[in-house]
Design a protein around this ligand. Sequence first.
Ligand code: SF4
Ligand code: SF4
Length: 408
Amino acid sequence: MKDLKHMIYFESLLENAYNELVRKAKDDGKIALGYTCFHMPEVLLNLGDCFSVRLRAPNMGSMDIATYYMASSSCEYSRALLERAIEGNYHFLDAMAGVDCCEAMNRCMENMELLETNDPTKENFFWTNLDIPCSDDEDSVTHLIEQVSRNFLKPLKEKYGVDISDAEIRKSVEEHNKICRLITEIGEFRTEMKPVITGSEFHKICLVTYICPKVDVIPYLEETLEEIKTREPDSKNHYRARVTIVGSEIDDPELIELIEDNGALVVADRFCYGSFPGRSEITLTDDEDALTQVCRRYLKDTECPRQCSDHKVQYRYDRAKELTEHFHADGIIYEQMKFCTYWSFERTLASHVLQNEYGIPALSIDRPYRSGTSGQLRTRVQAFVESLEIKMIKARKEEKEKTKKGDE
Ligand code: SF4
Ligand code: SF4
C-alpha cells in the first residue's frame, strides 16, 4: 500500500513525550496535565486551555533506578514512567492526575512525588491521586464525583483559574467526541477483508490522540481519513490470519509490528491506549449535570478487570467476542504487561473461557514493556498463526465436503 502522508510525522510525535505538538501548545501558554489510566476521566483534563498527555516512556532502556525505588516485581510500565520522570522527561507538565488503580501505579506516583520529579520552578504544579471505585453502581458514581471535584477540579480552578463549569465540560466532551468519531471511522476500515490500514498504522494514529493536544491532532486525522477512503489495498494479502488483541497497557507500536510481521493482522485493539473503550463517544443528556454523566460513563464503560463483579466479567467476555466477530478476526491474543495483577487473572481465565466456551481460538501471553525484540513472543505468535491456518484449512475442507454431499 502507498504510505500514509502523515505516518512519519505521527511516528515522530511518538518518539518523545515532549513532542512538537505538546511543545507548541506549551509555547501558546496552554496547561499540560499528565495522566496514566482510563479511570481518570480524560475529558476533564481538557477543559479550557488544558490538554491531557497520557504518559508513555518511548524507547525505554534501563529501568535500574526505578527498580531500586520500587521493586523488580512491579509492572514495567509503572517502572518505565518513574525512570523517565527521574530523568526529568515530564518537566513540561503543569499537574499530574494519577489514580489509585493498582499497587504498582500507586508506588510509581508516590515515588514521583517524593522524589520531586516535577519542574521545581512551576509554583502552581500539583499532584493528585484519585481513589477510584471498583464498581459501577450509583454509590461508586457519587464517590468518583467527590474525588474528581475535591482532588482535581478544585485545585485546577484555584491554581490555574480554569473554568470547570457544566458548559466547559460539555464543550470538552464535544471535542473528545470529534476525535472518537474520526478514530472510529478510520478503525472501521479494519473490518474489510482486503485491509487498507494495518493494525500498527492504526495503533500509531490512535496513540497520537492520547498524547497530543486534541485540537491540533484533528486536522491530521481528517486528512488521514480522506486518504484511507481512496487507498488501494495491496494486490497480495500478506497476512495469514486476523486477530483481536485484548489486555492491559500497550503503547508500543513495535509489539503490533512484531505480531503483524509474523502473519497476524491486528484488526481490533481492546487494551489500555487502544480505541476500545478509550475512543468511544460520550453521550450527554440535558436532564442531568455533565460531571455526573461523565463520571458514570467512565465507570460503566471501563473494560478493565479491576471491576470484578459477575456482570462486569461477563460483559468483558461478551465484548471480546463481539469485537472479534465485528472485525472478522480468526482468534484473540490475550496479553498482559508482566506482573500486572489484574490482567494476569483476567488473561488466564478469559483466554480459557473464550477458547473453550465461546469457541474462539486464543493465545495467552505476558510481555515486557518493550516487546519488539522478544524472540519468545515471535515464536508464540508464529505457532498461533499456524494453528489458526490449520483450523481455517480444516473448516474449508469440511465446507467443501458438505457442499459435495448436498450436490449428490
Ligand atoms: S489495566 Fe485498568 S487500571 Fe490499569 S491502566 Fe488499564 S484501565 Fe487503568
Ligand atoms: S499494566 Fe497493570 S500493573 Fe501496570 S499500571 Fe496498568 S494496571 Fe497497574
